[in-house]
Design a protein around this ligand. Sequence first.
Ligand code: BT5
Length: 321
Amino acid sequence: MATVDEILKFLERGGFVSGQEISRALGVSRNAVSKWVRTLRERGYDIESVTNKGYRLIRQPDFISEEKITRALSTAYIGRPTVYLDEVDSTNEEIKRRARTSSGQGLVAVADRQTLGKGRLGRRWESPKGMSIYLSVLLRPELAPSQVQCLTLASGLAVCNTINALGFSSKIKWPNDVIIGNKKLCGILTEMSVEDNAVSFAVVGIGINVNNSAFPQEIESKATSLYIESGEVCERSDIIAALLKQLELVYDEFIMGGFQAIREEYASLCATIGREIKAELRGRTIIGQAVDIAEDGSLIIKTDSGLEHISTGEVAVQGIY
Ligand code: BT5
């Protein structure tokens, strides 16, 4: 019986290989060949299929492993340990389950696929297998619940720095998106558990589109990936290790000096500043120009009736999806 690995060997020779040639050489039916090709695609291999020519391997998947991440890691506590899962409902949920069994600050969960990837307000985060980064970090900061929103901002800055160090020019759409051009590359979801009005733990979940060559129709006009922007496949494990280092640097700065310590750097990378925006604030619609980020991380809007501060919620920015 032919195995998927044998079929892969044919494809790895490069160029087109006909289904007939493979089926003859391995002594299996054409149907069996197309079934194995489907399996390879599900494992993240990008295989082109053209009538009368056959199959052609375009891209190998980029495998993540705990070992690859740990080898590249240079942090003191973030990502120590890092748990890798082939599949999970949501890395945020995984960290919450583990936080309740007294795991320490810095624990990271990374998955190759999420079956129930979450955005804010019950929205979905598209989490296909084998191409993107889905990770969550457990933090136990001594913060008031109202300051936890700043962890999202700090994480956005860390993502932006990591991506830009690879040669891209990403920016932050306040509060929780990292964008390239006008499209969303990354979303961040911070959740917390509060006891006696103090934060017992926070979970920062980060999703970055890395090697995706396309997106589902609902988001294709507003989403992008590093592969779409550069035409090159990136090693996710290396990006994860670099990101965890940046997160540690930025969190340490934030915990020691408050948001004020990272405010200027955040503002310099914030694409929202200077744009016309529309936001909902406690049932009111605010329209104006975003002018700055305040010391507590809120967005300052200049409206016809003066300055307004927005600390959470949905902000529509003119010119960005
Ligand atoms: C976010 O929500 O942007 C937060 C996303 C956080 C995802 C990470 S992955 C690891 C961790 N585990 C989880 O379960 N979640 C976190 P929001 O601002 O509500 O944006 C959600 C919207 O972005 C959706 O309604 C879509 O319009 C769009 N979207 C969904 N998937 C996308 C993707 N892969 N790339 C770009 N945009 C996407």
